[in-house]
Ligand binder design. Structure first.
Ligand code: NAG
Ligand code: NAG
Ligand code: NAG
Ligand code: NAG
Ligand code: NAG
Length: 385
């Protein structure tokens, strides 16, 4: 660009030399040239200032200016979807400001697993190329999240859930996000048996949209949407056990399931990065109602589905059956056809969930079969020797 300015000035000078003697019309032409020169110079200066360059570059090397032009065409920080997402995410949750923004929305972020970058930043290691996102042709990346706040004793069934994610999904990234490490034998076992399982520290939001949070679940509900929005992937509750590949449903904007009338389940969510559905659902938290357990996390997405069923892919039967009121099919019976489901919700509260592998040796029930399938590849009861 500057080169052409110089050439232009050179031309002007030549013309001046040629025409300074003859009649007055030349004067008019020259004035036009001078004006044009001024306009182009002003334009050059404008470009120069629009891109904060250190002052010492003012020596105006043509090379430097060429340098600036491709830079101008790149999306600016404000235009990038991830940066816009961060701005939106912080409205009900100002603790978003504790995240290092550039990890989530710099030039490299769009082609990386940003939670992986976040993890590497936390442990003080260079990420190198280890956070690149493979492109396997599906919209939803094989990145799995669990989000739980507060310290908790990691149970045998949490371990089974993580093992199911490892075995069935074969994820590129597997993250447990929270403000405290889980503890106990089964957490240690999970860390040992699942290479690439990563705990990522995330400050606990003290409030949602300035309102007190009565149920800690709501913090996890909020943060799981943040992760899906910024990175895309698969959210799992620790009581979901995946039993079949999710590949057939990895190309929808979002996939969820209805648990029962009026309640969308959020124990398993597959979503593309920057999903418009997740965005709108999240915006519901701007007016979070802390005294209603269901509204923001389960009713809002249900109502959105009712308004426009095409926006969401549902897998109610393959995610949430047996239902919580059909729990005897899991815990008392052994003939439930779980083999054609994507995942099974194991309804841990008030049911006798197996506490360790000893129980699996004799448990002639659906849950016994599922756990044995995940851990030993064989749902059948072991033969008595
Ligand atoms: C934030 O992330 C950027 C991009 O990876 C990194 O260069 C910078 O050191 C990080 N800052 C902190 C305080 O960790
Ligand atoms: C929370 O309160 C702050 C300070 O009063 C206000 O600026 C902000 O808009 C509020 N946020 C929401 C989501 O209501
Ligand atoms: C919040 O939910 C409760 C319980 O459903 C309801 O009584 C109350 O009116 C709601 N508050 C607002 C501000 O919507
Ligand atoms: C399973 O059977 C036992 C004994 O009959 C009963 O007490 C229990 O409630 C049943 N469990 C479920 C989930 O129905
Ligand atoms: C398991 O229970 C079923 C009935 O639900 C029964 O038919 C079957 O024989 C039992 N299997 C074993 C190995 O006890």
């Amino acid at each position: 660009m500057f080169c052409s300015c110089r050439i232009f000035k050179f031309c002007c000078r030549q013309i001046w030399k040629l025409f300074r003697r003859p009649g007055k019309w030349v004067f008019g032409a020259l004035t036009s040239y001078a004006l044009l020169t001024a306009v182009i110079l002003a334009f050059c200066l404008l470009i120069y200032h629009s891109d904060k360059v250190p002052q010492n570059v003012f020596t105006f090397q043509g090379r430097d200016l060429f340098h600036l032009i491709p830079k101008m065409r790149k999306t600016t920080t404000l235009e990038r979807s991830s940066c816009k997402d961060l701005t939106l995410l912080r409205i009900p949750d100002p603790t978003i400001d504790t995240l290092n923004k550039s990890l989530f929305c710099d030039d490299a972020a769009e082609n990386r697993d940003v939670v992986c970058r976040w993890f590497f930043n936390q442990i003080g290691l260079e990420e190198g190329r280890s956070c690149d996102r493979p492109d396997d042709g599906y919209g939803v990346p094989k990145i799995v999240y669990y989000v739980i706040f507060g310290p908790y004793n990691f149970q045998f069934w949490h371990y089974v859930s993580i093992m199911s994610a490892k075995k069935i999904i074969k994820p590129w990234g597997l993250y447990v996000i929270g403000d405290a490490h889980p503890f106990g034998y089964w957490w240690k076992r999970a860390m040992k048996d699942v290479k690439g399982l990563r705990f990522v520290y995330r400050e606990q939001p003290p409030k949602i949209a300035n309102r007190t949070v009565q149920w800690k679940h709501h913090l996890s509900d909020l943060v799981r949407l943040q992760m899906l929005m910024l990175n895309g992937g698969i959210y799992l509750d620790t009581d979901m056990v995946v039993v079949n590949s999710l590949d057939p449903i990895r190309n929808h904007d979002i996939t969820m399931g209805i648990i029962e009338n009026g309640n969308m389940g959020n124990a398993i969510i597959l979503a593309k990065r920057h999903s418009p559905f997740v965005k709108e659902w999240y915006e519901g938290y701007f007016t979070f109602n802390g005294s209603d357990y269901f509204i923001n996390s389960l009713h809002v997405p249900f109502d959105m589905w009712q308004k426009n069923p095409g926006r969401i892919h549902l897998e109610s039967d393959k995610f949430y059956r047996p239902n919580w009121f059909e729990a005897d099919k899991l815990y008392n019976k052994s003939d439930f056809p779980w083999q054609n489901k994507y995942a099974v919700h194991i309804w841990t509260s008030s049911n006798p969930v197996p506490k360790g592998p000893e129980e699996l040796k004799t448990l002639n029930t659906t849950i016994g079969q599922i756990f044995r399938y995940i851990l030993y590849d064989d749902p059948a009861l072991p033969k008595i020797p």
